[in-house]
Design a binder for this molecule. Structure first.
Ligand SMILES: [Zn+2]
Length: 314
């Protein structure tokens, strides 16, 4: 089975100078931790803060891309890029950890649809439409002003072009209205690469049951985020255990009646706190041990670990 994590913010840390060859005391992903980990590959998000202008955003995303390329190039005995599920499987067979690329914040597109094709050529395989503020594409769940009341006219063109280019649309961070607009419009399944269930933790970043059903009926997946703030409403009083991740997986499985639309998107290196027992990427096997104890079959776990996301990506 291939174990996939669909969202790590590690490129920002590489850019800031983290020595990836060391077992760092802080942070969640580096080579020694990867070597101790069950995870076979992760999407490394080129995360662009919402404050940057579109042109700064485009330039900054490419600075992060260069840093990530330098990292992969310097450690080709341990890691390799993958631009398809097939390549990721091949890397695994060769004993290499797969680095897959994503852009977190479509603000970097500015008003230029051709940048979507450029990003595809550069290996980017999903784009998170926005981050913590409304942008030219859509409204963010973190904003109260509803600039577009969902997806903008330009945003509609972006979704269509992404469908054509073969770049997955990531609906994490977008407003509820934006979400329903995207699913309505997209001809391909959409993905929530790092989101949790609002029924278990009331936070606008999380998805309501209605949204999860809608996502699944369109063939998409929700990849559960490990951030305690999204896992548990009372995280301030009591830090949740890593088993809370299993609660969110259970919830999705229960409301859908199957495990076809669930996966993991840790948000490692993008979150300042982690659940108890889930300090970094080397601990992810605990989620699967917990699922076994909850009665999930080997086949269920294979799907949740990566096969569901790969089905869409393929
Ligand atoms: Zn994010």
């Amino acid at each position: 089975m291939f174990v996939l994590d669909t969202h790590c913010d590690t490129p920002s840390e590489i850019f800031r100078g983290r020595d990836m060859s060391l077992d760092n005391a802080t942070g969640h992903v580096d080579l020694p931790k990867i070597e101790r980990s069950i995870v076979d590959g992760a999407f490394f998000a080129l995360y662009v803060p919402a404050e940057k202008s579109p042109q700064q955003a485009w330039e900054y995303a490419h600075i992060l891309l260069e840093s990530t390329k330098n990292f992969v190039g310097a450690h080709s005995d341990k890691v390799a890029f993958a631009i398809s599920a097939k390549e990721a499987e091949e890397n695994k067979e060769r004993g290499l950890f797969s680095v897959m690329l994503a852009l977190e914040n479509g603000s970097a597109l500015s008003d230029d649809l051709s940048r979507i094709d450029t990003l595809h050529e550069e290996g980017i395989r999903y784009i998170t439409l926005c981050h913590s503020a409304d942008n030219a594409i859509c409204d963010s769940c973190a904003s109260s002003c509803a600039t577009w009341n969902g997806l903008s006219r330009f945003g509609r063109e972006v979704v269509k072009r992404m469908n054509e280019a073969g770049i997955l649309v990531d609906v994490s961070h977008i407003s509820d209205k934006s979400f329903f607009d995207v699913v309505d419009l997209s001809t391909k399944p959409v993905v929530a690469t790092h989101s949790c269930c609002r029924a278990l933790a009331s936070h606008p970043r999380n998805m309501t049951d209605e949204m999860i059903r809608c996502l699944a009926s369109n063939g998409g997946v929700i990849q559960i985020n490990f951030y305690p703030v999204f896992l548990s409403s009372d995280y301030k009083e009591k830090m949740p255990s890593y088993k809370r991740i299993g609660d969110h997986i259970d919830h999705v499985a229960q409301i859908l009646g199957n495990v076809e639309h669930i996966g993991l998107g840790s948000d490692f290196d993008g979150i300042e706190i982690t659940p108890e027992g889930m300090e970094d990427i080397s601990k992810v096997h605990l989620v699967f041990e917990d699922l076994v104890s909850r009665g999930y079959s080997k086949e269920d776990i294979r799907k949740i670990a990566g096969a569901n996301f790969f089905r869409i990506w393929g």
